[in-house]
Design a binder for this molecule. Structure first.
Ligand code: HEM
Length: 84
């Protein structure tokens, strides 16, 4: 999986709904780390994004979610929050 939102589940989401391309620095640099943590832990709906983004809080503890955020920053978007 390369984090581009085109994995095996992405085709089943319905017309026009796509997981985020997490390599897209233009989008990811507008997000704070706290926002990314929350959307992973509590799901898309919790932050006003698409409800098809599942909540992963049942599967990953907070330390693991922090590592996912770090992975997005260092390996996928290679970006930081740019202040909005
Ligand atoms: C561990 C696995 C996953 C991680 C770490 C992850 C991470 C993320 C993050 C950080 C965002 C927000 C991006 C932003 O700030 O705009 C997001 C959005 C989203 N994700 Fe995931 N995701 C995962 C798995 C999935 C899966 C399996 C699906 C669907 C089958 C999915 C569907 C979506 C959708 C639909 C959005 C919202 C896009 C929008 O509202 O435009 N994600 N995901």
């Amino acid at each position: 999986m390369e984090g581009k939102g085109d994995g095996p589940l992405s085709e089943d989401l319905g017309e026009g709904i796509r997981p985020r391309n997490l390599t897209d620095a233009a989008i990811l640099s507008t997000r704070t780390d706290e926002f990314l943590f929350k959307v992973i832990k509590n799901g898309g709906k919790s932050v006003g994004l698409n409800e098809n983004m599942p909540d992963w809080g049942y599967a990953f503890d907070d330390a693991a979610i922090k590592n996912l955020v770090k992975y997005i920053r260092t390996e996928l978007c290679k970006c930081k929050y740019n202040g909005g």
